[in-house]
Design a protein around this ligand. Structure first.
Ligand SMILES: Cc1cc2nc3c(=O)[nH]c(=O)nc-3n(C[C@H](O)[C@H](O)[C@H](O)COP(=O)(O)OP(=O)(O)OC[C@H]3O[C@@H](n4cnc5c(N)ncnc54)[C@H](O)[C@@H]3O)c2cc1C
Length: 471
């Protein structure tokens, strides 16, 4: 045993895994797309233990690969390829510390799952609104580190808007307790922002105080069908105008996406009306009775059905129908994995330019990769498109150089988004896979500032090295 291993093993309240099989799940991400290796997986059970681990790693220059629920999409949650360093898993920090309904806040350890936070809020008759497909597994620390988005951003904003305070351990082991529930606090730099969306490169999040909201009295959900994106965008606008501050979700699916769900999960899909090329899931929530909300929604949709803006509409009349509408939306990831090789792009463009992006991207695909199909799942109210080029497994397997094909396709898709004032990563982050895009699309002054901040907080470069900010 080296002196590093012995000192690691002596840290109280800490589980250290060094066997191949027990470390394996921490070396590959949830979707099994990225993998790496490390000398140990370290699972501290207290903030003091996290601090002691970082002090040791800082003193020895040992890389630290922070890991939450390991559901991240950009390869940032698994260790690098060299085998050096440790995976620091936060899952044993899993206490709900305090729920304050009178303050509309909740304070939790970083390793608590998102679903456990939603449930703790609900038990106190409050709402924690962040919601995403991986909520049973992803952790609050990971949600903060990735500034997670999901389906309710259109009303409540991304994770950045939901965090009141953060507790973090810095690269040298210093514990910073920034857990405050203040809504207003103009006292210099807002340091918690350094930990939000920076993917564990500036510090380890160990706890957070989050905003809670009143639970809406009623919720009405509808699935609307369209021939074109102009009609989708006009309807999204009309919904916001008809339900000011009450639109909770605006989720766009292409007909190609619905057909994929139909093929692999027929029991979870909804019929696609003839002529429908796009479908929009709309959810409105509010303080009025459900009956009133249903009436208002029906009244808002009727003229659109009459004037042909809508091909068809299905309104969830009860909880079972609402769940059926959401089930189709929540099944897309699993269905796409079964369908083929989907090259997914987490694009955002200004909402007004969504139609242009989709038209240009589809034309690009038809020109260079006619064998692939455009598939779209979109948080359309935020301008966020998961734009997918779907290849059959056979077509993909026949590619002589799949990596080069992916790089070429990515570049063309991101160039279109960038040209429209958009970004290559809306909610998934940068991780290890978007370093080339950071170099290509970020201004030198932005990269320079990021490097300055990184050097100030992590001078030895031990925290998630090589991720987010390119060397
Ligand atoms: C089915 C599915 C659906 C998804 N849907 C969405 C969606 O709609 N919107 C969305 O935004 N994302 C989505 N994601 C992506 C993913 O769930 C989010 O990025 C999530 O926030 C990651 O949390 P995690 O705990 O799994 O973090 P991990 O994957 O473990 O880590 C992600 C990054 O955060 C760092 N990190 C983790 N914990 C900490 C910590 N405590 N301190 C410092 N750094 C840390 C890691 O080093 C890594 O860089 C989805 C993923 C899946 C599998």
């Amino acid at each position: 045993m080296t002196s590093f291993d012995a000192r690691l093993a002596a840290i109280p309240d800490t589980v250290v895994l060094t066997g191949g099989a027990e470390m394996e799940p921490h070396f590959t991400d949830w979707r099994r797309r990225y993998s790496g290796r490390a000398r140990a997986v370290v699972l501290p059970g207290t903030v003091e233990a996290v601090s002691a681990v970082l002090r040791l790693c800082h003193g020895t220059g040992t890389p630290v690969w922070p890991q939450g629920g390991n559901t991240g999409i950009c390869g940032g949650s698994v260790p690098g390829p060299s085998g050096a360093g440790i995976v620091l898993g936060l899952g044993r920090l899993n206490r709900i510390r305090k729920v304050s309904p009178e303050d509309d806040s909740i304070t939790v350890d970083a390793g608590v799952t998102l679903q456990a936070v939603q449930e703790a809020a609900e038990a106190a008759d409050r709402l924690f609104p962040l919601s995403l497909g991986a909520e049973g597994t992803c952790q609050i620390g990971g949600n903060i580190a990735t500034n997670a988005g999901g389906t309710a951003v259109v009303r409540y904003g991304p994770m950045r808007d939901l965090v009141l305070g953060v507790e973090a351990v810095l690269a040298d082991g210093t514990v910073w307790n920034g857990l405050r529930s203040l809504r207003k606090n103009n006292t210099g730099l807002d340091l918690k922002q350094l930990m939000i969306g920076t993917e564990g490169t500036l510090g380890i999040v160990t706890g957070a105080t989050l905003k809670l909201f009143a639970r809406p009295r009623s919720r009405v959900t509808a699935q609307l069908y369209f021939t074109g994106t102009a009609e989708v965008l006009a309807t999204a606008q009309a919904m916001r105008a008809a339900f000011p501050g009450e639109v909770d979700a605006l989720e766009l699916l292409s007909a190609s996406q619905i057909r994929i769900v139909q093929r692999h999960f027929p029991q979870l899909s909804l019929p696609l009306p003839d002529g429908a090329a796009w479908s929009l899931l709309v959810e409105v929530v509010g303080g009025r009775s459900e009956e009133e909300m249903l009436d208002s929604l029906t009244a808002a949709l009727e003229p659109m059905l009459e004037n042909g803006t809508l091909v068809d509409a299905v309104i969830g009349q009860n909880e079972r129908q609402r769940e059926a509408i959401w089930a189709q939306r929540h099944t897309v990831t699993e269905a796409n994995v079964r369908e083929g090789m989907g090259l997914t792009h987490d694009i955002a463009v200004p909402v007004a330019r969504i139609g242009e992006f989709l038209a240009e991207a589809e034309a690009m695909l038809a020109e260079y990769w006619p064998e692939a199909e455009q598939v779209v799942v979109s948080h359309v109210g935020d301008g966020n498109l998961h734009w997918i080029a779907m290849f059959s497994h056979a077509d993909w397997a026949a590619k002589p150089d799949p990596e080069a094909t992916q790089a070429d396709l990515d570049r063309r898709a991101y160039d279109i988004a960038h040209g429209l004032g958009g970004t290559f990563s809306a909610e998934h982050g940068v991780g290890s896979i978007h370093l080339d895009e950071m170099r290509r699309y970020k201004a030198p002054v932005e990269l320079g500032l990021m490097r300055t901040v990184k050097a100030a907080l992590d001078p030895k470069g031990i925290l998630n090295p090589g991720r987010v900010v390119p060397e």
